[in-house]
Design a protein around this ligand. Structure first.
Ligand SMILES: *Cc1c(COP(=O)(O)O)cnc(C)c1O
Length: 414
């Protein structure tokens, strides 16, 4: 997005015009930005036998899945419904990695039937998988490397008290189960968390995985998960993936020599691919001055974008309609009946009722975490591609809210 002659633009399209055409609140995604991120990753990890498995939970719209596929990526899913969406978007079963956490065995069986690569998250599941399938189905398992990293405790997944994966201290038990059932282990996986700026954490993880790999001679891939940080604040930096790529290549080359074969290296970026492509736009319903601070109340709330309230995430907020207005300080809040601040004490160009307010970094974990709380409908989504704005999800309606509800009192008189 660019500010050009006092107008915000996405691929040359005027943002207020997009908002007028599709209505607000509205999610708008820029395909160009996603493409650029994919290209950055490919460049950063060139010389490595790389596969990018888009973590589709970040933004699970079918058009986005197709778009990312067209850029040469595969996909990582965490539920069978996500897998079904990936199939609808054209991914083949061998392009889908299934990384569930503590799901029912029925879901695992369904994934096996559909031919997905199964990522095993616990010792009891490995045992059950061995009993059921023996050596007939290839799989990988998720290692908990005991590395503490990531932006917010709720999104740290690789420390010793995390529910995720099999502890690196339990590898003897894992090896015993693998031998007992002759399990066909073709991959190792780890995912330390999200929003990890320090690339050293990735290198530490990589070294650990390469070491572990030496005990498993038939690997096709090692999956380092993701967690790349992207900039949220002005002047903030994300993970330096180019520095990481360089160091990783050194470790990878060394490992390849020892292992005797160049295994594939997988990454599963979600946020890195789609965070910055997205903007969320909602009008200011009210502007009010309190005794100590001023408030901008948006025509939206945590039902549409929950990251600030759930993870204390920082999303840059700006006034689309008045880019040259005097700078003032506001708390930007939602309309939900609890404290749903999008931002505290933020500097914005003067906000007038009706102005369109934008939030940045609204591609990852924003729409996909939205809800119908307060019986509000979810917004529409628009993809800007080749200089055109295309609707990729309709705004919900009241009918959608009641569609699955059953009024028993139609049958029971009260
Ligand atoms: C959520 C998730 C990712 C993506 O993490 P980002 O921080 O969005 O890149 C990757 N792998 C797994 C297993 C995940 O659960």
């Amino acid at each position: 997005m660019q500010l050009k002659e006092n107008q915000f633009e996405i691929q040359g399209l005027n943002v207020p015009d997009i908002c007028k055409e599709f209505g607000t609140p509205l999610y708008v995604y820029d395909a160009q930005k996603i493409k650029q991120q994919v290209e950055n990753l490919k460049k950063a990890f060139s010389g490595i036998n790389l596969k990018i498995k888009y973590a589709s939970k970040a933004l699970t719209n079918i058009s986005i899945l197709k778009l990312i596929k067209s850029y040469g990526c595969e996909v990582d899913v965490v539920s069978m419904n996500e897998a079904k969406m990936a199939f609808l978007a054209g991914y083949k079963s061998n392009e889908i990695l299934f990384t569930p956490s503590g799901v029912s065995f029925e879901e695992i069986e369904e994934a096996v039937e559909k031919g997905l690569m199964i990522n095993i998250d616990s010792i009891p599941l490995l045992e059950k998988f061995g009993q059921q399938y023996g050596s007939s189905i290839p799989c990988c398992f998720r290692v908990n490397p005991h590395i503490q990293a990531g932006g917010n405790f709720k999104i740290q997944t690789g420390h010793k008290d995390s529910k995720f994966g099999i502890s690196i201290l339990q590898m003897d038990e894992v090896n015993a189960i693998i031998s007992k059932y002759n399990i066909q282990l073709v991959g190792l996986h780890m995912h330390t968390g999200s929003d990890i700026k320090e690339f050293e954490a990735f290198i530490q993880g990589a070294e650990l995985m390469f070491n572990l790999a030496k005990n498993h001679p038939n690997l096709k891939f090692i999956d380092f998960g993701s967690g790349f940080k992207v900039p949220y604040k002005k002047d903030e930096e994300g993970t330096d993936i180019f520095a990481l790529g360089k160091l990783l290549k050194e470790s990878y080359d060394k490992f390849t020599e020892e292992y005797g074969r160049a295994v594939e290296i997988w990454f599963e970026p979600g946020k890195y691919l789609v965070s910055e492509c997205g903007h969320f736009f909602a009008p200011a319903n009210i502007v009010k001055q309190g005794p100590t601070s001023a408030f901008v109340g948006l025509d939206s709330g945590l039902n549409h974008l929950i990251r600030p309230m759930m993870y204390d995430a920082y999303h840059e907020i700006f006034n689309v309609s008045n880019p040259n207005g005097e700078l003032k300080r506001y708390n930007v809040v939602g309309y939900i009946c609890e404290t749903d601040n999008f931002g505290w004490d933020r500097e914005l160009n003067e906000v007038r009722p009706g102005d369109i307010i934008g939030l940045k970094n609204a591609g990852a974990y924003c729409f996909s975490m939205s809800s119908n709380y307060n019986s509000r409908v979810r917004p529409a989504e628009v993809l800007v591609i080749n200089g055109e704005a295309k609707l990729i999800r309709e705004r919900e309606t009241f009918e959608d809210l009641i569609e699955k509800q059953i009024d028993v009192f139609k049958e029971i008189p009260v």
